[in-house]
Write a protein that binds this ligand. Structure first.
Ligand code: IPE
Ligand code: MG
Length: 248
């Protein structure tokens, strides 16, 4: 089916997910299959990022959250880490104007203090340069870990309790959510993971509580908007009960 046909089907198939999260996986395997160095797999993955952003705008998704670099990736060889950093800088430089034109507002979330100056500067330009975009909010999760995010929130709340600003009884789901990186955003409706791995891998542990999961066998560099549309259609066919009993 063509992209246009898939989009038409999405339009008549009910609600589209407001927030889609993606674990982009399989760059290394894509490169290995072609006997290329891993960093070329990451580079090729940039194309898929573009596809998924454009596809999200077409579908009318409001928030797209991409898991670009998790905290454990710091354990990868220094050469790969620095290749990923340069790639992020390149991405920020190359894509900023196009993203702005498309109305994409970019947020970069995670433990940014671990990044070097040049990368932080590049990230700053893309964030500043796309501020106010209304077509899509794009969260690039970089140097992010779900457990670390929860610990960070717990520390913040504990600090407020210790300072006498907050009573322990006031800590509820809403308050807790407001201390996370995704503050103010709806939880993801749909999580897509590529490369056929059935794991959450420390991504958005709190926010994914009721999210529908879609595992695609496609390696990230090969992922295109058609694959996104198929995932959305699959999502539209699901019955979401949030713990309640469904219709008989
Ligand atoms: C995804 O691919 C990595 C990033 C988005 C940075 P991997 O590097 O995890 O590739 P595999 O899993 O080794 O194939
Ligand atoms: Mg991987």
């Amino acid at each position: 089916m063509s992209d246009g046909d898939l989009l038409d089907r999405i339009r008549v198939s009910g609600d589209v997910p407001r927030h889609v999260a993606v674990i982009m996986d399989g760059n290394g395997r894509w490169a290995r299959q072609r006997a290329l160095p891993r960093h070329l797999g990451h580079r090729e993955g940039m194309k898929a990022v573009r596809e998924v952003i454009e596809g999200s705008v077409d579908v009318g998704i409001q928030v797209l959250t991409l898991f670009a670099f998790c905290t454990v990736k710091w354990r990868r060889p220094a050469q790969e880490v620095s290749a990923l950093m340069s790639l992020l800088q390149l991405y920020a430089r190359k894509e900023r104007d196009e993203l702005r034109r498309q109305g994409v507002e970019v947020h970069v979330l995670g433990e940014l203090q671990r990044w070097d100056q040049a990368t932080r500067r590049a990230v700053g330009t893309i964030v500043d340069g796309t501020r106010g975009g209304t077509a899509l909010r794009l969260n690039l999760m970089i140097s992010y870990g779900g457990r670390e995010e929860i610990i960070r929130s717990v520390r913040e709340l504990a600090r407020r309790v210790a300072a006498g600003e907050l009573a322990p009884e006031q800590v509820d789901e809403e308050l807790f959510s407001s201390t996370l990186f995704t503050e103010g955003l709806p939880d993801p409706d749909l999580l897509i993971r590529t490369s056929g791995e059935y794991r959450i891998s420390n991504f958005l542990l709190w926010q994914l509580a009721y999210t529908e999961l879609f595992i695609s066998p496609v390696l990230w560099p090969d992922f295109c908007r058609q694959h996104l549309f198929e995932a959305v259609l699959d999502f539209q066919g699901r019955e979401r009960r949030f713990g309640r009993v469904g219709a008989p």
